[in-house]
Write a protein that binds this ligand. Sequence first.
Ligand code: SAM
Length: 245
Amino acid sequence: MKQNRLYGDLAWLWPLLSPPEDYAGEAKYWRETLREKLGPGRHHILELGVGGGHNLSHLTSDFKFTAVDRSREMLAHSIKLNPDVEHKRADMRKVRLDRKFNAVIIHDAISYMLTENDLLKTFRTAAAHLDKGGIFVTSPDYLTETFSDPSIHHNTRTHDETELTYVEYTYDPDPKDSKIETIMTYYIREKDDLRIEQDLHISGLFPMETWRRLFERAGFIFEAVDYPVHEDKRQGYLFVGVLGG
Ligand SMILES: C[S@@+](CC[C@H](N)C(=O)[O-])C[C@H]1O[C@@H](n2cnc3c(N)ncnc32)[C@H](O)[C@@H]1O
């Protein structure tokens, strides 16, 4: 099965599948955490893996942003929604903008880091863009302690003449590795036509202790803040790092 079509040929579905207004609740936790750590002011924040910029769109009135993603199609969505934000196309594991920010955030895109090495590289990217005392915030979709196999989510959305029903089926084909798979099935109805498409997403699954250990290895003091946003009521966390000296 093809992988990550939602960020490629099916990226046009993103605003229908996961519209910006759905992010108001979770963005509140990002805004409050960033404000608490950074204090008053229009701080400059780097977002890695910005996707369509839907979460970002709720934060731009408070903070100045620069945003990075590796998908041209997703960047196009974010540029349209957040025209005042500077956007760059790059991989979060490798990008070096040779500039410092007050904070670096990675919303759900961190879930695409599949190994400890991927995570560590990305945390080092965050550290490379911060001075001592700078803040790093991220939140994986799934954590070993709270993942239940299978995890299923579905919804139907309509916009103009397009109706989209999607089913997400997330399971762990090999509990011995750090990866889980999500099979997305999209039922796309336009006028009298029904099209069915499928797409595979591979995500990382790590226990809290791994996040803590790798944050610390990249130079951050680690804290887990409650993030009660999941529809299935499982415990969520914002992982917050303060860069040490
Ligand atoms: C679920 S989407 C993010 C949606 C976003 N939170 C929003 O509010 O619209 C995940 C994004 O991660 C990006 N991504 C995955 N791996 C990446 C990497 N190594 N470097 C940069 N971006 C990456 C994908 O291109 C995709 O746009």
